[in-house]
Design a protein around this ligand. Structure first.
Ligand SMILES: [Zn+2]
Length: 314
């Protein structure tokens, strides 16, 4: 194997790069803004220029690079075809590998995957899932993302849609519509926005005192902070959110039975109180044989993507 590898995590606002040794040691990371204008046509040329600049600076030849792994915020199939990426301005299906090969012919090995999947692979390799072979990772942020890694390999699915755990229906009685057009998706209760909506509903259906009632607006963090300070109402909201998450995870376990669940994303920084609510929720619904599957927190945070991208090519 060649001595170096590069991970590139392309997001809607910034592109993160990691230069690694082929033993998996991160030598240097850097980032740049994502230029999404004119259909995102500058993104891949920007990526290849940034890579060439860094290699020159480090006195590394392109021929010494084993490969480039790339994560993108949209569906990608197992052949590194990107279907579309709304956040990047990409609207048509194309081969990301082929495009990168035209830009960087001296580094022929290029693999691409959805960023939730690369984050799951990164966490499994060097983060919260270290020591395990398979995981399903949930990222609780603006939405609820999911990544699936089985026997060390990313599961992309036939349409790049494997891991869309945020859109598992967990509540058949919901009347509000999810961003995807369905009703009752996990994302409607367990994303940063979803938990606030859930909290408002629970507050109006209950007489219980809560500091949330005094706030004009509140965030997921406010709910978690109050629950940690011992407020009963805030804790009940987290438990309910944990039950929705646990229900979706139990469905996933019935199909995949991973070694470990990893919880990442901004909301998981709320710490133990949310993690405990998720574990309780999961145990409530899990099938007998997979009841004891560990549920851990992500550890690499924003770096999970570049680690996972590099792991794909090593
Ligand atoms: Zn949905």
């Amino acid at each position: 194997m060649k001595p170096y590898a590069i991970g590139v995590d392309i997001g809607g606002t910034s592109i993160k790069f990691g230069l690694f040794t082929s033993q998996g040691e991160l030598l240097e990371k850097w980032s740049m803004d994502t230029r999404t204008e004119t259909g995102g046509m500058h993104i891949l040329p920007d990526v290849s220029k940034a890579i060439l600049r860094k290699l020159e600076e480090q006195k590394i030849l392109p021929a010494q690079v084993e490969g480039i792994g790339i994560g993108v915020p949209g569906p990608v199939d197992a052949q590194s075809n990107v279907f579309f990426c709304v956040n990047l301005g990409w609207k048509e299906k194309f081969s990301l590998k082929q495009r990168m090969n035209e830009l960087l012919p001296d580094i022929p090995k290029v693999l691409a995957a959805n960023d939730a999947n690369t984050a799951a692979l990164g966490e499994l390799w060097k983060g919260g899932g270290q020591g395990y072979k398979s995981t399903v990772m949930l990222t609780l942020g603006t939405g609820v993302g999911g990544g699936v890694v089985m026997s060390g390999a990313i599961v992309a699915g036939a349409h790049g849609g494997a891991g869309e755990i945020g859109h598992i229906t967990v509540n058949h009685r919901e009347t509000a519509v999810c961003s995807c057009g369905k009703r009752g998706c996990l994302e409607q209760y367990a994303s940063a926005r979803g938990i606030v909506r859930l909290a408002k509903e629970m507050l109006s259906a209950s007489e219980k005192p809560s500091a949330l009632r005094e706030m004009e607006t509140f965030s997921a963090k406010d709910i978690c902070d109050l629950a940690r300070d011992g407020e009963e109402m805030a804790h009940e909201i987290l438990l309910r959110c944990g039950r929705f998450l646990g229900r979706a995870m139990s469905f996933v376990a019935c199909a995949l039975d991973p070694d470990v669940f990893i919880i990442g994303g901004g909301m998981s920084r709320a710490g133990d109180i949310l993690m405990e609510a998720i574990r309780l929720g999961y145990r409530k619904y899990a099938f007998q044989d997979s009841k004891d599957t560990p549920v851990t927190s992500a550890r690499l945070w924003n770096d999970a993507g570049i680690y996972g991208c590099v792991k794909m090519v090593l």
